[in-house]
Design a protein around this ligand. Sequence first.
Ligand SMILES: Nc1ncnc2c1ncn2[C@@H]1O[C@H](COP(=O)(O)OP(=O)(O)OP(=O)(O)O)[C@@H](O)[C@H]1O
Length: 355
Amino acid sequence: MQIKNEHNLCSVVKGKKYSLSSLKGINQCQHILRKYKLFRKKLGQFAKRIVMPVLAQNENQRDEFKRPHAIVCTRHRNASFRKEEVVLGRLLGTGGFGSVYRGKYKDSTVAVKVMHRVTKNPAAQLESFKAELNTIGFDHENIVKTITATSLETFDQGAWIVMEYAGRRTLQSLVDDDSVSLGPRRRVKFSQQIAEALKYAHDMKIVHLDLKPANILITPGGRCKVADFGCSQKVEIDTGIFSPTQRSILTGTFAYRAPELLKGEAPSKKADIYALAVIMWQLLSRQTPFSNENQHVVIFGVVAYGQRPKHPEIEVDPFEESYRDLYSQCWLPCPLDRPTAGEIAELLNIWRGYM
Ligand SMILES: Nc1ncnc2c1ncn2[C@@H]1O[C@H](COP(=O)(O)OP(=O)(O)OP(=O)(O)O)[C@@H](O)[C@H]1O
């Protein structure tokens, strides 16, 4: 098939008529890909695994492109980012593996995660850094944009991740702040935006696995942005399940962790849907899930008896009932019974149209 233009190339690749011989003229492809910068936005992961190896200059490069995370590492290594280009400002907060500062990079206000130089678990820290790089190239209004990062090779000399600055508030701080109203419209808007972010990440074969209100930033304009992909994992393209070589998912906060993860089973996209359910519950109840309860007892209850956070004892109208029904479906014990992020986003979008 002759490659004529961007659309044509997309349809060849997306329509899976991608036997490499059908992509006539590598030079032509290169030209089109460069011209339209298709690598990430339009062809996504598929292009990285199928088209990029064709364009690779030599065997080594070809193998590298075929490995998961290859694009991230390669782009990353070649990135022109130097620490001197960043002006660090005040500290925004400190997490387990790094401290986040407000800063300036190329005239933009950014947030910079500076990984701790000394840590009790350097291997886990490196994994977390690599996981955060899963979102390099993501472009979605409800996901904190990762702009650039120092290279993996220089990790030991101090690793930095430069992100868009998404404001000072988190969804957790809104839930905890009694002066902030979280009426039905806001609840549905936030839930929909989180579902949209998950849909995008899942379409890119990335699962977050540490979704909770503290990891959702709220911009001054009131938009949700999912942050902290430090526990995220890549799903295999064909099977939809995780490569067993990747690290186990013993991270995350237990109240938001799906029962299959608590049982030690392989995670899937539906683990994020479970976490979204708990967040939706929290937006309605404004309580902390399983607060003051013994963690081990709760984990046993969640896994063995399908225990979930209690529905808040408030009067509910038919609309609230639908909202409860939706999050109750999202935390069903069997991952297959839970809706997809796309289905949830679509439904909530329809609701928003009626509110
Ligand atoms: N892009 C960003 N824009 C604004 N603030 C951010 C951004 N990224 C992180 N922060 C803030 O920086 C602080 C530290 O974030 P970080 O992700 O390192 O740690 P954490 O989520 O608190 O802990 P951990 O990662 O160990 O779970 C948090 O308060 C977070 O809200």
